[in-house]
Every structure is written in structure tokens, then in C-alpha cells.
Design a protein around this ligand. Structure first.
Ligand SMILES: Nc1ncnc2c1ncn2[C@@H]1O[C@H](COP(=O)(O)OP(=O)(O)O)[C@@H](O)[C@H]1O
Ligand SMILES: [Mg+2]
Length: 225
């Protein structure tokens, strides 16, 4: 099932400041279909945790089980397959490809999963409809507002029907009403698809709507959130 199980994960980075412990012995579990908020001030390790869960970073120690996959053990090929099939990622600033249209940005994850031609086009149109942006397919990302970019980024993250949706401060640059609508869409989508959602956020509106919350401080879990 789409459970997330993080067991004793530690991750440090070498930088100009020496060795930084981004995560220290973090364990958590999110039941299939659950929605977890990850709180903590800037630099507390939220992004690193999301990256470890989704396999964008490899922990130095500990284990990550994600939708039945031992993510920490995967080699490059298996990891790429796991990510493009099972994981959806909404980055803080959208990260749409600036030289592709909205439609092409949404087609990409579908094509990587072998969905081509008319079926791809049908799904792209349905995704744009689902996020309330049926008219923007031909636009380039720079022609969209911040809120529209995040909605397209969300559409891209769910295009292939992931088991796990990871969102890194997705509402950080949005006004509260736009942010609330985006979070509402994410929660509704996750519930409707029995997908598991982990969202890093500072936003109290988000925290009020998820099933559980944790707080990180200097890479450690702080109890209670
Ligand atoms: N690639 C990296 N190289 C060096 N240090 C990093 C890197 N990524 C994150 N860090 C450091 O790890 C800590 C946690 O960062 P991060 O996970 O981005 O926190 P948050 O998302 O909560 O702001 C910070 O001290 C940050 O500077
Ligand atoms: Mg971050």
C-alpha cells in the first residue's frame, strides 16, 4: 500500500561551513492515504526529508520505505523508474521547464510513462481542466501568475497518477486564498486516489487540514509538532 515509513534517517552535507547535519535520526510513518505536514523554520531539514522520501537524495543512514519500495536501496535505474511511476513532486517555485509550453510540461511525465499520442493529449486536457486552467495549454510558464504556475506544477506532479505526492512549501509564494485552493486540490486529489501526501509548510491553513503534523528543528524531530 501507499505507506511511507522513514526509519532513523540521517543526512549531512559538506559545505563551506564544514559538515552540516541536515537530518539526524528522523523516523516517521504516514499511513496510506494520509496527509502529513512537515513544519520547521528555514534550514531545519524539511526539503532534505522530502528529498530522502522521494529518493532525490540518499540518506547517509537509515531506511526509507515508500509505497512498498525500499527507496534507500535502489540503484540509479530502479530509482528513476520508481520516481517517474510512483512519486509526484511539487517544488517550492514550480520548476516548470521555461522553454516548454504548459501543455508540453504536462506531456513530459506522461511520455516518460509511455503514454503518447491522443491518450496523452486527452490526459493533458483533463489535467488542465482539473486544476481549473483549461485555457493555458499553449502558454509559456513566464506568461502565468505564481498561483497558475503552482497549479500547473501540481498537475504535472499528478499526471502519471503517483502513489506518493511530495510538496515542498507549495503555497509559500501565494496569497492565502490561492494557497488555500491549491492545498484543497491536493488533499482532495490525494484522498480520491488513495495517495499519500507529505507537505512541507509554514502555512497554518495547511496544518489545519492535514491528518498529522511533525516539526523539525536543526534536523531533529521535535515533539509534539
Ligand atoms: N546541497 C546542500 N549542500 C550543503 N548544505 C545543504 C544542502 N542542502 C541543504 N543543506 C543544509 O542542510 C540544512 C537543511 O536544509 P533544508 O533541508 O533545505 O532545510 P529547509 O527545507 O527546512 O529550509 C541547512 O542547514 C542547509 O543549509
Ligand atoms: Mg526547504
Amino acid at each position: 500500500m501507499n505507506t511511507i515509513d522513514v526509519q532513523g534517517v540521517s543526512k549531512s552535507y559538506r559545505s563551506g561551513r564544514g559538515r552540516v547535519a541536515a537530518l539526524s535520526d528522523v523516523s516517521l510513518r504516514v499511513a496510506a492515504g494520509g496527509a502529513l505536514a512537515v513544519l520547521g523554520r528555514s534550514g531545519s531539514g524539511k526539503t532534505t526529508l522530502l528529498h530522502c522520501i522521494g529518493g532525490l537524495e540518499r540518506p547517509d543512514a537509515g531506511r526509507v520505505f515508500c509505497a512498498g519500495t525500499a527507496v534507500h536501496t535502489l540503484g540509479p535505474g530502479a530509482l528513476a523508474r520508481f520516481q517517474r511511476r510512483r512519486v509526484g513532486f511539487v517544488f517550492q517555485s514550480g520548476n516548470l521547464l521555461s522553454f516548454l509550453t504548459v501543455r508540453e510540461n504536462l506531456a513530459l511525465p506522461l511520455e516518460l510513462n509511455g503514454i503518447l499520442g491522443r491518450e496523452r493529449d486527452r490526459r493533458v486536457a483533463a489535467l488542465l481542466e482539473a486544476v481549473g486552467l483549461p485555457g493555458v495549454g499553449a502558454a509559456l510558464p513566464r506568461e502565468l501568475s505564481g498561483g497558475e504556475i503552482q497549479r500547473v506544477a501540481f498537475a504535472r506532479a499528478i499526471a502519471h497518477g503517483p502513489a506518493i505526492l511530495l510538496a515542498d512549501e507549495p503555497t509559500a509564494s501565494l496569497d492565502s486564498e490561492t494557497g488555500e485552493r491549491l492545498i484543497g486540490s491536493m488533499l482532495e486529489w490525494a484522498t480520491g486516489h488513495a495517495a499519500t501526501l507529505v507537505v512541507a509548510t509554514h502555512d497554518p491553513d495547511v496544518v489545519a487540514r492535514v491528518t498529522a503534523a511533525i516539526r523539525l528543528k536543526d534536523g531533529r524531530l521535535e515533539e509534539p509538532a
